[in-house]
Design a protein around this ligand. Structure first.
Ligand SMILES: Cc1cn([C@H]2C[C@H](O)[C@@H](COP(=O)(O)OP(=O)(O)O[C@H]3O[C@H](C)C(=O)[C@H](O)[C@H]3O)O2)c(=O)[nH]c1=O
Length: 180
């Protein structure tokens, strides 16, 4: 497993070692010992899986403390454009975002610590998104930002994604008071 940093501190890209043979491929998507040796210290409490058709956008979501979640995300089938927005008030990169394509073919994992809003847009039909969370789900602690908030300025490559009711109405980032 190779860990690389991004222009936004604490966002990490993890590249697993993939073993190919005539049957297909194998890779360790998570190994506590390997990650500890690489300085990755997070513990995880919950695993999630979601399946989406193409052009579905889930996000931008976060949970407030004490249920704030770090997320180690990956795509098992299909592909997504994954985005993390830094909403840590004291961060030099507050309000900035980082985008990365995660897919069954690149097998990359992406670690988003607490203090970020997270979302993804599916690029292929029947995309399966799998992720580990450092804290459990707590509905009352959920918060969100609009996917198309002009003050965040994410270029998703689409103007009409499929959204849940929940993702249609969040506070403008200009008037947002971050809980981090
Ligand atoms: C997140 C979650 C949801 N649920 C239930 C609540 C709803 O009845 C149903 C669908 O939930 P929701 O529409 O919030 O699912 P997503 O839109 O995929 O939400 C996720 O989307 C973005 C990408 C994230 O980073 C978060 O992990 C999470 O907010 O599952 C649970 O029972 N446990 C959970 O941990």
């Amino acid at each position: 497993m190779k860990i690389t940093t991004t222009p936004i501190p604490d966002l990490l890209i993890l590249e697993p070692r993939v073993f190919h043979d005539e049957r297909g491929y194998f890779y360790e998507s998570y190994n506590e010992n390997t990650l500890r040796q690489l300085g990755f210290e997070e513990n995880f409490k919950q695993d999630n899986i979601s399946r989406s058709t193409k052009n579905v956008l889930r996000g931008l979501h976060f949970q407030k403390n004490p249920f704030a979640q770090g997320k180690l995300v990956q795509v098992l089938k299909g592909a997504v454009l994954d985005v993390a927005v830094d909403i840590r008030k004291e961060s030099k990169t507050y309000g900035q975002h980082f985008k990365i394509e995660l897919s069954e073919s690149n097998k990359l994992l992406f670690y988003i610590p607490p203090g970020f809003a997270h979302g993804f847009l599916t690029l292929e039909n029947d995309t399966i998104f799998s992720y580990k969370c450092t804290n459990v789900y707590n509905k009352e602690s959920e918060g969100g930002l609009m996917w198309n908030d002009s003050s965040i300025g994410i270029d998703w490559g689409t103007t009409d994604p499929i959204l849940s009711e929940k993702d249609l109405d969040y506070t403008d980032f200009k008037n947002f008071t971050s809980p981090f």
